[in-house]
Ligand binder design. Structure first.
Ligand SMILES: [Zn+2]
Ligand SMILES: [Zn+2]
Length: 334
């Protein structure tokens, strides 16, 4: 085991001093980019994530497919989303923007630098129980993401962005990262702020995010794998999330809005949005304008997402004024 850690350290060092530092120096941005060792670790963790998807989840889709596809044409763009996000946009955003901003904010608000975190201060019982504390952090993050996900479906301008994720008809192990950039940024800022407020240590934060993402990648995989009637109440399995992606049935408006949890189905069970015991249905959306994403390039999807977003914003501001401002609102009883 020690040899593995030593090898990990050597690789991290080599990547940081041999590649990243000279690269950022040549661009003249080295002083804005934070700790190169942290960044190297980040890239290596992402590489492990991609390797697990590519060498484990992807072959499983061939061996045990849920849906049989003549070609995987539509999934290719999702692979591009994953590579672009994990090796390009996320590191850039995290190290050039989010980390410096959160360090600055943490210093200003006095949230960082202490020996104990907010939860340890509130409930000292957690102080000598690091594993339980880790589970609690995980649950708080997952609940935050459940709430975000409910809003992504309920708020018109947010659905305008999130619908890009749902436009995919061939939901696969690469689909988790198929999101609008603005949607990703919003989610990262909210989840990052929660992490900052509850005071998750940086190393644990990376592990929390990685664990959550691997489970989310697997839950999107096109595999006939079931966790069984007990474990599927504890962890989101591929059928659970596939039901969230099912195309709306005009005769069944209730079942469509289900299974929002990303990792722990507990939230859907508690808030009565869980759907079990249903056979998988085809994935996608019934709105032709959103479904047209399947014919668009990455840039085309991002632009179409922005157009839907501004249309939704405009109609919520112009066509539906708040009730108090609407002269005839008081007399209506619909
Ligand atoms: Zn959704
Ligand atoms: Zn999804």
């Amino acid at each position: 085991m020690q040899a593995v850690f030593a090898l990990w350290d050597r690789m991290e060092d080599g990547l940081a001093s041999g590649l990243l530092t000279p690269f950022f120096t040549s661009l003249g941005i080295v002083k804005y980019m934070g700790d190169p060792a942290e960044m190297a670790q980040f890239f290596m963790v992402n590489a492990i994530q991609i390797a697990i998807i590519g060498f484990l989840f992807r072959p499983l889709e061939t061996i045990l497919p849920q849906e049989r596809w003549a070609s995987r044409k539509l999934t290719r763009i999702d692979l591009f989303y994953t590579l672009l996000k994990e090796f390009g946009l996320v590191p850039l955003f995290t190290f050039a923007l989010l980390l410096p901003a959160s360090n600055w904010l943490g210093d200003k608000l006095g949230l960082s630098g202490g020996d104990t975190t907010l939860i340890e201060n509130w409930i000292p019982w957690f102080k000598d129980k690091p594993l339980l504390l880790f589970v609690l952090y995980f649950a708080i993050f997952d609940l935050t993401q459940y709430v975000i996900h409910r809003l992504q479906h309920a708020v018109p301008w947010w659905w305008a962005l999130h619908s890009l994720h749902h436009s995919q008809r061939q939901v696969s192990c690469w689909t988790d990262d198929r999101n609008h950039m603005l949607d990703d940024v919003l989610e990262a800022v909210i989840v990052g702020s929660v992490g900052l407020i509850i005071g998750v240590p940086a190393g644990q934060y990376a592990l929390l995010i990685l664990m959550g993402r691997l489970i989310e990648n697997f839950s999107h995989a096109n595999v006939r794998v079931r966790f069984g009637p007990v474990i599927d109440k504890v962890l989101v399995d591929p059928l659970f999330h596939r039901l969230h992606h099912m195309r709306a049935d005009p005769h069944d408006a209730v079942n469509y809005n289900c299974n929002f949890a990303l990792v722990l189905p507990l939230w859907d069970i508690l808030f009565r949005t869980a759907l079990y015991g249903e056979a998988p249905r085809p994935c996608g959306v019934d709105d032709p304008d959103i479904d047209a994403d399947n014919e668009r390039s990455w840039l085309g999807q991002q632009i179409a997402g922005f157009q839907r977003f501004f249309r939704a914003l405009r109609s919520s501001f112009l066509r539906e004024p708040p009730r108090s401002l609407s002269p005839d609102a008081a007399g209506r009883s619909e």
